[in-house]
Design a protein around this ligand. Structure first.
Ligand SMILES: [Zn+2]
Length: 155
């Protein structure tokens, strides 16, 4: 997914029952956090490895972090923002599985699993993704998030 992680976090926030700023922040940060590996991808690895192969895009890594952190947050009464944060990270992995591929079986299986293979049909990979039919999912996420956001702003 190229552009719709942030609005997907907003949709997740609106779909859950606790409407509060810390929960919104958790949803938005969790929805985009795995893509922080793009810094390493471009500046250190110089695009040598698909960034979905870094540990921040491995579901089992986040499951382990959640298993460690959520009990601590529960003790402090911050379990709901924590749950939403990890749900947003899970949503990121699901959305990246549409066309990009996620190592759902890592570390035991290092294949990238994608619902659809986006062929390199254009001169640049970004163009190939934007002109592929799966980009409609991104546009729908943006549309739904903007609609909900604008409705709330008017209310
Ligand atoms: Zn990602």
């Amino acid at each position: 997914m190229l552009t719709a992680h942030l609005p997907s976090g907003y949709l997740l926030y609106r779909a859950q029952p606790v409407q509060a700023l810390p929960v919104l922040a958790a949803a938005l940060v969790g929805a985009v956090l795995p893509d922080i590996d793009m810094i390493f991808f471009y500046l250190v690895d110089h695009r040598a490895i698909h960034h979905h192969r870094y540990w921040v895009h491995v579901p089992l890594f986040w499951a382990g972090v959640a298993a460690l952190v959520l009990p601590l947050l529960y003790r402090r009464g911050w379990h709901w923002p924590g749950l939403v944060f990890f749900a947003a990270i899970g949503l990121h992995m699901v959305l990246d599985s549409i066309g990009g591929g996620i190592m759902w079986g890592a570390p035991f299986d290092t294949r990238l699993h994608a619902l659809v293979t986006v062929p390199a049909s254009q001169s640049h990979w970004v163009l190939s993704f934007i002109l592929h039919w799966t980009f409609l999912a991104e546009l729908m996420i943006w549309g739904a998030a903007l609609t909900l956001f604008l409705r709330r702003s008017r209310a």
